[in-house]
Ligand binder design. Structure first.
Ligand code: SF4
Ligand code: FES
Length: 321
């Protein structure tokens, strides 16, 4: 076991735990934001730098601070480590820089983007970004690509988090995906089109943190905050059959996997459940979905809203010795 202190809160975690996982064990008030890490996808993380934290004490054995901010999703805790996240000015500055960087090429088209309301980049920029941009350059643009009948890739919005690539690699058969080119010429390759025949390709939509991969059967049908999420399940021979149905009136507008409080899919679902079962009679309804993620999606009628509170210096002073 290792003892680690994050923003003044101490926790014992098993060896091999990352700083991010340890912070999540404490709770959303100290957990760094993430864009590319996904707990159900192996080797995810390490691409976006959103989760940077400051290590002010390396360990009990070697208490020197780490010279640079580190990606918490890729750095393991050491016994005696002390980490600052929300309380570190360096981290806040760096994170604002990461937001600015991610938005260099991301269009500000939230009013017409289907992901609005459940977009991690939208939330990240509200919480950690600056209100203006310094860039004078044109953002790069791409033609939209249909990935089969049900998924559309709008590469213009992609932030190259690699999550869909990991899904294609780990959840679908065969390696038929990838990011091609480097630097500002990088793009999710059209190889990804080949993944369409796979029963699990729809999960790419659920893991995409922005509006780059969207469900063509749902596009432009409704703003997500006008829909009502309901937990439901069915007997499925391909997946767990545990989903969320998104209702508008009596109509199921879309079916998605269930996401945890970090916005990450709990169990991947098959394309049959996602695209072919859009009648209430296909499902056993469990009840209203509790959305606990801090987002506009949690607004209004949703049962549960947990708004993560960032710790302030006064909170820290109030902690027991
Ligand atoms: S398409 Fe979405 S999931 Fe895939 S790399 Fe781009 S932002 Fe990430
Ligand atoms: S979440 Fe850690 S680098 Fe992206």
């Amino acid at each position: 076991m290792a003892k680690v202190t994050i923003d003044g809160i101490e926790i014992d975690v098993p060896d091999g735990t990352t700083i991010l996982q340890a912070a999540r064990m404490i709770g959303p008030e100290v957990a760094p934001p993430t864009m590319c890490y996904h707990s159900k996808l192996k080797t995810s993380g390490g691409y976006c730098r959103t989760c940077l934290v400051e290590v002010t004490k390396g360990s009990e054995k070697d208490p020197r601070p780490m010279p640079k901010l580190v990606a918490s999703c890729r750095t393991n805790v050491m016994d005696g480590m002390v980490v600052t996240n929300g309380l570190s000015e360096k981290v806040q500055d760096a994170r604002a820089g990461v937001v600015e960087f991610l938005l260099l090429n991301h269009p500000l088209d939230c009013p017409i983007c289907d992901q609005a309301g459940e977009c991690h980049l939208q939330d990240l920029s509200y919480e950690h970004g600056h209100y203006n941009t310094r860039t004078d350059f044109e953002r790069r643009t791409f033609e939209k690509i249909d990935i089969g009948d049900t998924i559309q890739l709008h590469m213009t919005r992609c932030i190259l988090c690699y999550r869909c690539v990991k899904v294609a690699e780990q959840i679908t058969d065969g390696r038929v995906h990838g990011v091609i080119n480097r630097g500002d010429a990088s793009e999710i390759s059209t190889y990804i089109k080949e993944a369409i025949d796979n029963d699990f390709s729809g999960n790419m939509i659920d893991v995409c943190p922005v509006g780059a991969l969207t469900d063509k059967t749902f596009r432009f049908k409704s703003r997500v905050w006008f829909t009502k999420p309901v937990d439901a399940h069915r007997d499925c021979d391909k997946c767990s059959g545990k989903v969320v149905l998104w209702y508008k009136g009596d109509d199921v507008l879309r079916v998605t996997g269930r996401k945890d409080q970090w916005g990450e899919v709990e169990e991947f679902i098959c394309n049959t459940c996602r695209f072919d079962k859009k009648k209430t009679s296909d499902w056993t309804i469990e009840g209203v979905r509790e959305i606990s993620r801090h987002s506009v999606i949690s607004a209004n009628k949703y049962k549960k809203l947990v708004k993560p509170k960032r710790l302030t210096i006064n909170d820290i002073k109030a902690l027991p010795e």
